[in-house]
Design a protein around this ligand. Structure first.
Ligand code: SF4
Ligand code: SF4
Length: 440
């Protein structure tokens, strides 16, 4: 049978072999954590504790105003020694809490477990999800509570769990599906209950047969949920492409999955939904993959939010050769880092270290109009044209070619023989359009 997929896309080397067979290890309690006030899309949080205050693990320490935001929590017990700017994975210095561990790792009081979530109303479950500070853990970090609150005119009829993990090197979701399938399935049942949805799919790429088997067996012939084996292609895990592949529905330009009755959640996020609703545990740790040719031993680590990346490197045995580039995320969508003092945040799927000798030093050249970027673009855009206008600062001309539809998957960059930094150009155009919109 033909496997499901979408038009366009690329086939970069997976490089999953570094870490895909490594069971999740729990990273030891760090001496201190750096917890940024901004870890999600939407309004950053404001501190609700002050410097010098003693906090417990799971205690709320930051709260945002507005609908699109997510609170943050202390990931260990100890003392807030500073609230000031620290290096952030976005590349900027942003406000964060520095918390010194007291070594006791004591939970805050009042976290309520409710194993039988059916006793709770949808609003009660959503409130627990909001209070737990949940965001999309596949990298997007969009507040989960907002996603679970579609307007009445956009009813959801299908939930898709994203177990694709198409980003090369990263294996955190793969290991979660193998090691914690029941957490994932219970989390899925919770969101089906919240949205009143009776049909769900779990999309997994064909290169993870063990995860397909484990999730299928763990479902135990559950009739409302089906596992869909997907073709191995990048970016198969992008929301719109997952919906196209599984439901054959097209999310319109500028639209959202809810416009076609679908909701997509990452498998790690639904595991955290189970923790929040049934165990009362906020989002204070996550699984992240530390990998690449320059690290002594790649690992999948369950790590406290706020743990400095430098300590993860040490735990993995250090570097075997000089690092040329450190990326938060994988090689396609990851963000290059200039400091190892950045912390793991809620959206950190992995940390990739690329050896110096593998980092391309050559600059980019003029476009040779080969059209390869157009052929692979999964959003059917013209990255070359947008890039050419962006390079000449002709933003209004670039805008006519729908740059806001770009999902920044990096496929165009990957195939371009002239090494043009197309995603960089498109991000620039998007930022200029955003700045113009704010002025108007
Ligand atoms: S233009 Fe955007 S969506 Fe299209 S290939 Fe490039 S990064 Fe991906
Ligand atoms: S792939 Fe590169 S060289 Fe080819 S058309 Fe696109 S931008 Fe130009």
């Amino acid at each position: 049978m033909k496997m499901k997929s979408f038009r366009g896309g690329i086939h970069p080397p997976g490089n999953k072999e570094y870490s895909e067979k490594k069971p999740i290890e729990t990273f030891p309690l760090p001496d201190q954590v750096i917890i940024p006030l901004s870890q999600h899309l939407g309004a950053p949080c404001n501190p609700v504790v002050v410097e010098g205050e003693l906090v417990k693990k799971g205690q709320k320490i930051g709260e945002g105003k507005g609908f699109v935001t997510a609170p943050i929590h202390a990931s260990l017990s100890g003392k807030v020694t500073a609230i000031k700017n620290f290096p952030h994975p976005s590349g900027k210095d942003l406000p964060a809490f520095l918390i010194q561990s007291d070594g006791k790792d004591e939970w805050v009081e009042g976290l309520n477990s409710t194993e039988n979530f059916l006793d709770l109303s949808p609003e009660e479950m959503k409130n627990k999800i909001r209070e737990a500070g949940l965001v999309g853990m596949g990298g997007a970090a969009f507040p989960t509570m907002v996603k679970l609150s579609p307007p009445p005119e956009k009813p959801i009829d299908t939930i898709i769990l994203n177990g694709v993990e198409c980003e090369p090197y990263i294996t955190a979701d793969h290991r979660l599906m193998l090691e914690e399938p029941h957490r994932i399935i219970r989390g899925l049942k919770i969101i089906m209950q919240i949205l009143g949805v009776s049909r769900a799919f779990i999309g997994i790429e064909a290169n993870k047969p063990d995860a397909i088997k484990m999730i299928t067996e763990s479902l135990n012939h559950e009739p409302s949920v089906k596992v869909v084996k997907l073709k191995v292609k990048y970016p198969q895990g992008a929301e719109k492409h997952l919906i196209k592949a599984i439901l054959n529905r097209e999310v319109p330009s500028g639209g959202l999955p809810m416009d076609v009755g679908a909701l997509v959640q990452n498998v790690g996020t639904v595991g955290a939904i189970y923790d929040a609703v049934c165990l009362g545990i906020p989002l204070i740790e996550r699984v992240t993959t530390v990998t690449g040719a320059a690290i002594m031993e790649a690992k999948n680590l369950k790590v406290r939010i706020g743990t400095p990346v430098r300590e993860l490197f040490q735990f993995c045995g250090g570097l075997t050769e000089e690092a040329g580039k450190v990326l938060m995320g994988g090689p396609m969508m990851g963000i290059a880092q200039h400091s190892l003092d950045i912390p793991v945040i809620k959206g950190t799927t992995g940390i990739l270290i690329i050896p110096r000798e593998k980092v391309e030093k050559e600059g980019f050249r003029p476009c040779i109009r080969c059209g390869k970027c157009i052929l692979v673009c999964p959003m059917k855009l013209m990255p070359n044209t947008i890039g050419n206008f962006a390079a000449k600062e002709l933003i209004e001309d670039a805008e006519k070619f729908h740059p806001l539809d770009c999902i920044e998957c990096g496929s165009c960059n990957y195939v371009c023989p002239a090494k043009r930094p197309l995603v960089h150009f498109i991000r620039y155009v998007k930022a200029e359009i955003g700045a113009k919109g704010r002025k108007d």
